[in-house]
Design a protein around this ligand. Structure first.
Ligand code: TRP
Length: 450
């Protein structure tokens, strides 16, 4: 049924592509504002623990399903469950989540690209306070031509990469974009920490104040660890399906997790020293990036240049995430319906663009259209990231831990690794079977019940 499957050209290509999927707006936009709203260093410590006991084991489980079955999420669950309808549907839920997330994530990604263009045009050069920046943002994001234009542009870039396939498109893009992203971030970190008064921001990030921690913080950190690693919908599963069985799966997963975490931390060091230096409070919330930041750059030396760099790096981080979302749905349609990749990407690109239109308009003409008390954008985001992803994650863990089972999973896991530690394998087993699913379930219930 299947034509020959594409594979990653190299192990590092896979690691960079998967890290590219994980590293996105979640790391650079959401992680820093969660840190800022939840007490700085103490939140970071809880986050790191969440990554270790839930994030890493689930990354391994997801990549393992894909690498073993060598198929898209639906095909993989179908194969490993011997055609169970229920488990095939779980794969289908992942593909569905991919559609939903891509449709609204691409809108925000489009704003980032739009802000690169506006920065180059000099739109922000006279914006000197957050209030003015906020007004400008409200104007742009409510302008249908502006949002839909950049939504379309970003979709075209995403489709343009996926069109050229796994090694020829995704891997090449990741190998170019990821090093550049790191370089740009380092430039901004250096800019930030060399500002006068930056030291306090650094202290904020490394000196924990545990009195800021409560159950809510722990749940937020857990949820963020999950979202940041792109877990729960088969993105890493799909990327894992192009992985060679001769490569060390645990080692690759560890690298992906380390890169994702390092970039999130680096994002903290990019924002907080600068925020403190400019005399702003750390708890600026979600509006930081578009509402406050554009004005901040005017108060620092060479700010205009660094503003372009900042929005460029944001766009690159978003692009390596949108391509992984696009790849999940493309793999599904090409493999399950025998469509050619080129045809599938173009049709899907148009379809997802249209699906994203109400989300794009939710900040302008459709801002008063509410479903369950939320805008279209709000519903899509809530439904996907708070319900579909944790639910998918729980099922992935249950599948590997109980249904497909450890007897099958372990030999496939250690295939490609020369040595392995029995103790670490046992810890992974316990985390996958018991601890991680229970913790993700608690996060899910907390999100649903508010
Ligand atoms: N991890 C991405 C980020 O940090 C967001 C994301 C969540 C995602 N789930 C995904 C990206 C699935 C690609 C695929 O921004």
């Amino acid at each position: 049924m299947q034509a020959e499957r594409d594979q990653w050209g190299s192990k590092i290509g896979f690691i960079l592509a998967a890290a590219g999927s994980a590293i996105g707006l979640g790391n650079i936009w959401k992680f820093p504002y969660l840190v800022g709203e939840n007490g700085g260093a103490a939140f970071i410590i809880i986050y790191l623990i969440s990554i270790l006991i839930v994030g890493l084991p689930t990354v391994i489980a997801e990549v393992l399903i894909g690498r073993t079955a060598q198929s898209n999420p639906v095909g993989s669950f179908k194969k490993l469950s011997n055609n169970s309808i229920f488990w095939t549907a779980i794969g289908g839920m992942g593909v569905f989540a991919g559609f939903v997330i891509l449709s609204y994530y691409n809108v925000i990604a489009g704003w980032c690209a739009g802000y690169v263009v506006e920065s180059l045009k000099g739109t922000f050069s006279t914006i000197n306070n957050p209030a003015m920046a906020g007004e400008l943002f409200a104007g742009l994001s409510s302008n249908p031509a502006w949002t839909l234009g950049f939504h379309a542009l970003f979709m075209i870039m995403t489709v343009g990469i996926i069109y050229f396939g796994v090694s020829g498109g995704i891997e090449k893009a990741a190998k170019t974009l990821m090093p550049l992203l790191l370089l740009f971030m380092l430039a901004l970190v250096v800019r930030g920490i060399t500002l006068e008064g930056a030291k306090e921001g650094i202290i904020y990030l490394i000196k924990p104040d545990f009195s800021a921690i409560n159950e809510r913080t722990v749940l937020l950190a857990l949820g963020q660890a999950f979202f940041s690693l792109s877990l729960g919908m088969g993105a890493l599963l799909t990327y894992g399906s192009y992985m060679s069985k001769d490569d060390n799966l645990v080692n690759c997963s560890l690298n992906i997790v380390i890169l994702d975490t390092a970039i999130a931390l680096l994002a903290g060091f990019m924002f907080f020293p600068a925020l403190f230096a400019l005399g702003l409070q750390p708890d600026q919330g979600p509006s930081l990036i578009f509402n406050i930041l554009p004005a901040m750059f005017n108060s620092i030396p060479a700010g205009g240049f660094f503003r372009v760099i900042f929005f460029l790096l944001l766009s690159m981080a978003a692009l390596t995430s949108t391509i992984s979302l696009m790849e999940v749905i493309t793999a599904f349609f090409t493999e399950e319906f025998n469509l050619s990749r080129k045809k599938a990407t173009i049709i899907l690109g148009v379809f997802v663009f249209l699906l994203g239109v109400p989300s794009a308009l939710a900040f302008g003409p459709m801002q008063n259209v509410h479903i369950f008390g939320k805008t279209f954008f709000g519903v899509a985001d809530f439904f996907a990231s708070n319900i579909l992803l944790p639910l998918g994650g729980i099922f992935i863990l249950i599948f590997v831990g109980w249904r497909w089972g450890m007897k099958e999973a372990i030999p496939n896991l250690i295939q490609g690794s020369r040595k392995h530690s029995a103790i670490l394998l046992n810890i992974w087993k316990i985390l996958v079977k018991f601890i991680a699913p229970v913790l993700v379930l608690i996060v899910l219930l907390f999100k649903i019940l508010g």
